[in-house]
Design a binder for this molecule. Structure first.
Ligand SMILES: Cc1cc2nc3c(=O)[nH]c(=O)nc-3n(C[C@H](O)[C@H](O)[C@H](O)COP(=O)(O)OP(=O)(O)OC[C@H]3O[C@@H](n4cnc5c(N)ncnc54)[C@H](O)[C@@H]3O)c2cc1C
Length: 291
């Protein structure tokens, strides 16, 4: 393995300025579960690894009681998110996703920020956070900015970060009343393998508890970047949510998906599974919304 110098900046400005000094020779590292594997395999050969994890000591997801927004620091580990009672209670789509990432050992060190910046089509963190309309807070030499997570992903391994910019936080807007959500990773096994599909569904109901007020359907591994199924979402709004309407939404989502034949499954099968899983996650979200 190529030798590198490990740098531990004290704050964001120092991290950004170190990155500016070393340019292409430097790479940020948070939990290291992606970076160190690539360094070990020789796919990455940085001279400097700039550690981010200790800069912001955000311990766990935090809800602002006045605005109802949820803040998740980029350096929060999957395990901290999985153990968060607010996530378990109000954001089950996120809980469903993080509890199956890798193993407990991986979740104890891997961060949600690293998962998003890595930007692989199979990243489990991206789909639930897009389903929740999350925004990314980004910091760099030119100051800070926000970007909707849906627009953050530009292609496999590519995201909307300029050189040296740091993803610092994810902000989730307040949830409407009567909202339920669910996520499933579909593969031969639930953990420790690359999935064939990831499906996240969020439903908000009107006061009658049956009519759909808002729908979010987001797919992973169904296109080069996370894919919102706008036609399926539009179809559901204003309709009674039940097995039939969710089956139709699933069919539309399958048509919107851009699945391809791959080693993990043929396109026709994956398209069928989009339909099955959208319906299944829709029913789970409906159940959770009415509890
Ligand atoms: C055995 C194993 C199993 C896994 N299973 C899964 C799984 O089931 N699902 C899944 O989605 N992933 C899985 N992963 C992938 C990985 O664990 C996750 O993507 C993890 O969340 C990455 O976070 P990290 O903190 O370790 O990132 P790092 O490896 O530290 O960094 C990843 C990338 O992001 C950059 N980076 C990190 N944080 C920031 C930031 N805040 N701002 C700017 N750039 C940043 C780094 O420079 C690097 O390019 C697995 C990995 C392993 C080794």
């Amino acid at each position: 393995m190529k030798k590198f110098t490990y740098l531990v900046p004290k704050n964001l400005d120092e991290a950004v300025s170190l990155h500016e000094s070393y340019g292409e020779r430097a790479k940020y590292i948070a939990g290291g579960t992606d970076v160190l594997v690539k360094v070990k395999e020789g796919k990455l050969k940085p001279d400097y690894l700039i550690s981010l994890k200790q800069i912001l000591k955000q311990d766990k997801p935090y809800m602002n009681p006045e605005t109802g927004e949820l803040f998740i620091g980029a350096f929060v580990t999957h395990r901290k998110i999985e153990k968060s009672s607010i996530v378990q209670l109000k954001y089950p789509v996120l809980h469903d996703a993080v509890k199956n990432i890798g193993s407990v050992q991986i979740r104890n060190v891997a961060t949600i920020g690293g998962n998003l910046v890595n930007a692989v089509p199979s990243a489990d963190g991206a789909i639930p956070l897009i389903t929740l309309d999350g925004r990314a807070h980004i910091y760099g030499t030119k100051g800070d900015r926000y970007v909707d997570l849906l627009r953050f992903f530009l292609g496999p391994g590519q995201c909307d970060l300029d050189r040296g910019e740091i993803l610092t936080e994810i902000v989730i807007p307040p949830l409407a009343l009567r909202t339920g959500s669910a996520y499933v990773k579909h593969g031969r096994r639930e953990a420790m393998e690359l999935p064939m599909l990831g499906v996240g569904v969020l439903l908000s109901l009107k006061e009658d508890m049956t009519t759909c007020a808002k729908a979010r359907i987001c797919l992973g591994v169904a296109a080069p970047t996370p894919l919102r199924c706008f036609a399926a979402e539009k179809y559901l709004v204003g309709k009674t949510v039940d097995e039939n309407t969710l089956a139709e939404a699933g069919k539309l989502a399958g048509e919107e998906s851009r699945v391809r034949d791959s080693i993990r499954g043929l396109a026709w099968y994956r398209r069928e599974m989009v339909g099955v899983l959208v319906k299944r996650m829709g029913l789970k979200a409906l159940h959770r919304a009415t509890q």
